[in-house]
Design a protein around this ligand. Structure first.
Ligand SMILES: C[S@@+](CC[C@H](N)C(=O)[O-])C[C@H]1O[C@@H](n2cnc3c(N)ncnc32)[C@H](O)[C@@H]1O
Length: 172
């Protein structure tokens, strides 16, 4: 995500808890940290919370993620959040071909209690297949809005027709 933003002229601070992921990032400031623990003492015009992290199964982690987004915003800044589409846990199995050439398949999503699902994914490359099972907490529109409100944020508008990218701003 960082490099296309850089190519478009944005100044980026890339945050990830994974050193291996940050090693792949070139030309911008990188911060190795859990997002939920981060306080840079700086404010940004835009903060991105991508990769469906807002659907993390752990509600306390989700609160921490959104509070981090909120405390790094300028007064008129915005948070861009990538959330699941409405049918992510029912339109299964489904697949898409990534522009870089591999196929992502979401094979199943099984409830495992407390509103959390175990999602089984497969990534097919020309020379390998990777599988991954991760936990996700589906959020209705109301639950999503309530989660944002806990952090002092509100939905401004959807940025994509499928509602996956949302612009949020500070509550006034
Ligand atoms: C799908 S990858 C996206 C990586 C990269 N941002 C990109 O656009 O290609 C999701 C990343 O989120 C990171 N991540 C997940 N939970 C995190 C957390 N709570 N704090 C910091 N990084 C986290 C993982 O280490 C992983 O690198």
């Amino acid at each position: 995500m960082t490099h296309p933003l850089l190519e478009r002229g944005f100044t980026v601070t890339a945050v990830d808890e994974s050193a291996e992921m940050l090693e792949r990032v070139r030309g911008v400031r990188t911060i190795r940290s859990a997002i939920e623990d981060l306080d840079l003492g700086e404010r940004f015009d835009a903060v991105l919370l991508a990769s469906f992290l807002v659907h993390t199964g752990d509600i306390e982690v989700r609160r921490g993620l959104l509070r981090t987004c909120a405390r790094h915003l300028t007064d008129d800044g915005c948070v861009l959040i990538q959330r699941e589409g409405a049918d992510y846990h029912t339109d299964l199995p489904r697949e898409r071909v990534d522009p870089s050439g591999f196929t992502v398949r979401i094979l199943s999503s099984e409830p495992v209690g407390d509103g959390v699902h175990a999602v089984h994914a497969e990534y097919e490359f020309p020379d390998a297949i990777w599988t991954q099972t991760f936990r996700a907490r589906p959020l209705t529109d109301t639950q999503f809005e309530e989660a944002l409100a806990e952090a002092g944020l509100r939905v401004d508008r959807a940025l994509t027709d499928d509602g996956v990218w949302v612009r949020a701003v500070a509550m006034t």
